[in-house]
Design a protein around this ligand. Structure first.
Ligand code: ATP
Length: 590
């Protein structure tokens, strides 16, 4: 046996009117949309019919009149009284292309602000019908004596107590202007038209480029609250999309979802539509009109279907094309743009060769020979050697420069990723990562006789720095003024962190961290510079206590130069060395 679901009307009305829509403001949009659809339907039968929508806030209620197709009594029963029934779907239940609505629930949004909705409607020469709906789910249908003079519909909202302000003249004017000012019909509130002139996506052949720029700049200021760095015309004919992207004048946070203004057949759907552009395009805000993309029932989002995906790609291509054109037509401006939005462009270049070539050509990287683009760097030095972290660059930059190794800082967001795939996008570009271990290999070894002579010293130094988990190496390198160099590569840093966490955690966690730290231990290195007179002196003091202070002092100084944090053990070493050396300098014993 089968049964039919029963529905608690009061619950459904409450759910649809209060929980589907983000704000009561949208009731004006839903009324406008019904009026627009009714006029469209009428014009399918009478192409020259007037298209007028008139909001009349008066006598404590709001009336909305339209010159649309109207409804017969039978249609009123069928369409207004059945939740989910709509005249805007075809026999197979698909949304009809020419209408804005499709779900058969929009009118219910009025219950967010009204307790009672009255619809007086007339279709052709049929009698006028009055439908009255209440928020508790009841409705009544009457054939009033007084006939409408013309076909069309008037919807009257009787406000709910406490919600009267939503129906005030001021609010209605603001909301009708927001949602309806671009509509190709005459929309009025009281006696005032709400039209806002030429929509931003339209072009007027008589308008000069400068005048258009000024018009669009004013629009961006008003709609988005900023003076755009530039504007880009957008078009995706497959979905009837036309629009303008405004480039933000200041860096945007890539983690914040970007929302755009989307119009459907010239009526504003929402100011907060996400997902219209690819995620990397966080440096623009758009206004677009579409004829084909479909909104979800709340109209706060677009259906994420194949068509939207295609539109995303097409609009993304448009933005990418603007960027590459800027590189050829106005490089200075492109540099200004990159100063502001390099993060967005780099995010894009991680997957996009064309954008990577743009970064290669135009974005100046930090290097140990000054700021240079990768193209300039390759031109001069033939190979791009880079460090994968800012710390490594800080540790190695000046020493590498002294060894005639030009070095790029690849430590900022996306840079190492971009550098590692540069040769795929730029044929012939040679790229190599330089690790601290590579650098140590490039520093001069001591002559064998010196090595042998220094063995006792090195063993002592190693014993002292074992407490710090550091390996001691002696090399001879420039600049001679640098006594010691602290080198820590990424893997060693990670392993060190893991070990510290392991040692400070309970049994369960420490056994888990053991799994990560069980490989051969990679220790940071302290490279003592044999070319430095002070370091050389420290190697030959013949006084174990003084050597200990000197090694601890050189170690902590190298740590600070590498901008590494001082661990408790390093701080203790620093204190001991400093105080010990002071005491000795003043002629005492520690
Ligand atoms: N001003 C109007 N003139 C003529 N018919 C109307 C008017 N307003 C509503 N209707 C009729 O009532 C039906 C239900 O309207 P409602 O706004 O609830 O849903 P919809 O517009 O069909 O779809 P959606 O939920 O997507 O807005 C419409 O399909 C339409 O046939």
């Amino acid at each position: 046996m089968s049964f039919t679901f029963r529905v608690d009307l009061r619950g459904v009305v409450d759910l649809l009117s209060h929980h589907l829509y983000a704000t009561p403001r949208v009731y004006v949009r839903e009324l406008l949309q019904n009026a627009v659809d009714a006029i469209t339907a009428r014009r399918l039968e009478e192409p020259r019919a007037r298209g007028e929508i008139w909001f009349e806030p008066a006598d404590g209620v709001l009336r909305v009149h339209d010159t649309g197709i109207g409804l017969t009594e039978a249609q009123v029963h069928e369409l207004l009284a059945t939740i989910g029934r709509s005249s805007k779907r075809d026999d197979l239940g698909f949304a009809r292309h020419e209408f804005l609505g499709q779900f058969g629930i929009g009118l219910l949004s009025c219950f967010t602000v009204a307790d009672e909705i009255r619809v007086v409607t007339r279709r052709g020469d049929e009698p006028t019908v009055l439908w009255t709906g209440f928020s508790d789910g009841r409705y009544a249908v009457e054939l009033p004596e007084r006939q409408r003079d013309e076909p069309g519909t008037t919807v009257t909202l009787v406000p709910r107590r406490g919600e009267e302000h939503w129906l005030s003249g001021r609010t209605v004017r603001e909301l009708a202007g927001l949602y309806g000012s671009m509509l190709p019909f005459e929309v009025r509130v009281g006696d005032e038209p709400v039209a806002a002139g030429l929509p931003p996506w339209e072009r007027d052949p008589a308008e000069s480029p400068a005048a258009r720029r000024a018009r669009l700049t004013a629009y961006a200021r008003e709609a988005f609250g900023f003076e755009p760095f530039d504007m880009i015309d957008l078009s995706a004919p497959e979905a009837g999309v036309r629009g303008v992207a405004f480039v933000l004048p200041a860096p945007a946070n890539p983690a914040v979802r970007v929302a755009h203004r989307v119009y459907l057949k010239q009526m504003l759907l929402s100011e907060g539509i996400e997902g219209l552009l690819p995620p990397w395009a966080f440096f623009v805000r758009c206004v677009v009109d579409t004829t084909e993309l479909r909104p979800t029932a709340s109209r706060e989002a677009l259906y994420d279907d194949g068509l939207l995906e295609q539109v995303r790609d097409t609009l993304g291509d448009g933005l990418r094309g603007w960027l590459t054109r800027l590189g050829t037509t106005d490089p200075v401006r492109l540099r200004q743009f990159l100063e502001i939005h390099h993060l967005g462009v780099k995010a894009l270049a991680v997957h996009d060769d064309e954008m990577l070539r743009l970064v290669h050509e135009w974005w100046p990287f930090e290097t140990n020979v000054g700021r240079l683009t990768l193209a300039e760097f390759l031109d001069r030095y033939a190979v791009v050697r880079y460090t994968a972290s800012v710390d490594e660059f800080r540790q190695m930059g000046s020493v590498a420069a002294a060894q005639q190794i030009p070095l790029v800082n690849g430590g900022y967001v996306y840079d190492a990723e971009l550098l590692s795939r540069l040769s795929a996008a730029v044929p012939g570009a040679a790229v190599e990562e330089l690790t601290p271990a590579d650098l140590t290999l490039r520093l001069d070894q001591l002559p064998p006789a010196d090595e042998v002579a220094l063995r006792p010293f090195q063993a002592l130094a190693q014993r002292i720095l074992d407490r710090q988990g550091v390996e001691v190496v002696v090399r001879s390198f420039d600049p001679a003024g640098l006594p010691a160099l602290y080198l820590l590569d990424g893997d060693a840093a990670l392993q060190g962190d893991m070990r510290r966490i392991r040692d400070g955690s309970d049994e369960l966690w420490s056994s888990l961290f053991d799994a990560f730290t069980s490989g051969p231990e990679q220790r940071p290195q302290l490279v003592l510079n044999h070319r430095n007179p002070l370091t050389r002196q420290a190697m030959h003091t013949g006084d174990e206590e003084l050597t200990t202070y000197a090694i601890e002092g050189l170690y902590t100084q190298a740590l600070l130069l590498a901008r590494q944090p001082l661990t408790p053990a390093a701080t203790a070493a620093f204190n001991q060395s400093f105080l010990g050396l002071l005491t000795r300098a003043m002629g005492g014993r520690a």
